[in-house]
Design a protein around this ligand. Sequence first.
Ligand code: TXA
Ligand code: MG
Length: 350
Amino acid sequence: MKNTIIKHMDEDSIKIDDIKIFANILKEKGTVIFPTETVYGIGANALDIESAKKIYEAKGRPSDNPLICHIGRKNQVYDIAREVDEKSKVLIDKFWPGPLTIILKKKEHVPNITTGGLDTVAIRMPKNNIANLLLRESNVIVAAPSANISGRPSPTTPEHVISEMNGRVDGIIVSKICDVGLESTVIDMTLDIPTILRPGKITLSDLKSVLKEVIIDPAILKKEQNLIAKAPGMKYTHYSPNAKIIIIRKKDKSIEEKIKNLILNIVDENKKIAIMSMEDDLEKYQKLNSLVFNLGKNLDEVAKNLFYTLKKLDDNNIDVAYCPYFEGDGISVAIMNRLLKASGYTVLES
Ligand code: TXA
Ligand code: MG
C-alpha cells in the first residue's frame, strides 16, 4: 500500500501551491490521479518507461494496451508526433482543449510501453482547469488512462476514485463529478480515411462539420470477435459492474411492459432488481416495484451519470439491472458503446 496524498480542489479557485505538490510527484516519476472533463485519469510521465509501468501496476492492466498522452499546451503535440497533417491541425484548432484524442505517427523517443508497441501515439489536451494547470506546471507529457482497476467502470466522482484507488497511487486530486462522464472520442488520423475508434462527446457529425470524410470503425457497436478492433483497448472486457445489465430495445410492446414480464419470470426472490431510467420515465418504472436509478433529463445527462450509476448498482448490491436502449446518432452512440460492453451485449426486444 502506498501512502497516497489526497487533496480536494475546486476548478474555479485553484491554489498553485497545491498543484505544485502533484506536479512534483509527476516530475519525480510518481503517479497522480486527476480530474478531466471526461473521467478521472491516472497519470505518470509518458516518456519514461519506469513511470509508465507504474500505471499498469496500479490498474492491473495488460501491458500491450496503449495509453493516451495528455498535453497542457497545443504545441507539445510536436514533441511526440512525427508530423501533424493539415486535417489534424484543423481538429486541434477546433476541438482542443476538449474531449478529442487524436492518433498520429509517433516520434522515435515515445516508448513502446506507452504506445503498446505501435508506431502511432494517441494525444489529447484536456479542458479541465485542474488537469491543464497540472500538465503545464509539471511540464511533463502525461500518459493517463481512466483511473479504475482494469475491467471496472471508469470513475467520474471523488468517492469512486478514492474507494477504488487510495493506496495504489502517490497522489489523488479530487474535484466534482466529471462534466462529460464518458471517455474522449478517439480518432485515428493515420488511416486513409479518418476513423473514429471510440465514440464520445465529440460526435461523428461534429467531426464531419470540419473534415470532408470521416467514418466510425465498424467494430464499435458489434460484438463479433472477427472484427479486429483497431483501438487495442477495445478488445478487453470493459466497464463491467457486478450487476447483470439487460438492455431493452423498443419493438412491439412498451419497454415497461417487457420489463414487467421479465421481472415476473425471475424465480429467485432474493434477487435485487433495478431499472435505469430517464427522468421523464421514472414514475412508470417505479410502479414495477423495483429500485429505479435516475439517469437524467437528456442524453448529455445520461452520459454524465452513466458510470456513476453503474457504480451505484454495485454499491446497492444489485443483481439485475434493466436499461432502455438509447436510439440516435449523436452522443447516444457513445452511451450505447459503453452500455453494450457493460451488459456483455445483452439486448432484448420489447
Ligand atoms: O477521456 C479519456 O480519454 C480518458 C481521460 C483520463 O483522459 N483517458 C482514457 O484512456 O480513456 P484509456 O487508456 O482508458 O483509453 C485509451 C484508448 C484505448 O481504447 C486505446 O486502445 C486507445 O485509446 N489508443 C491509445 N493509443 C492508441 C493508438 N496508438 N492506436 C489506437 N488506439 C489507441
Ligand atoms: Mg479506460
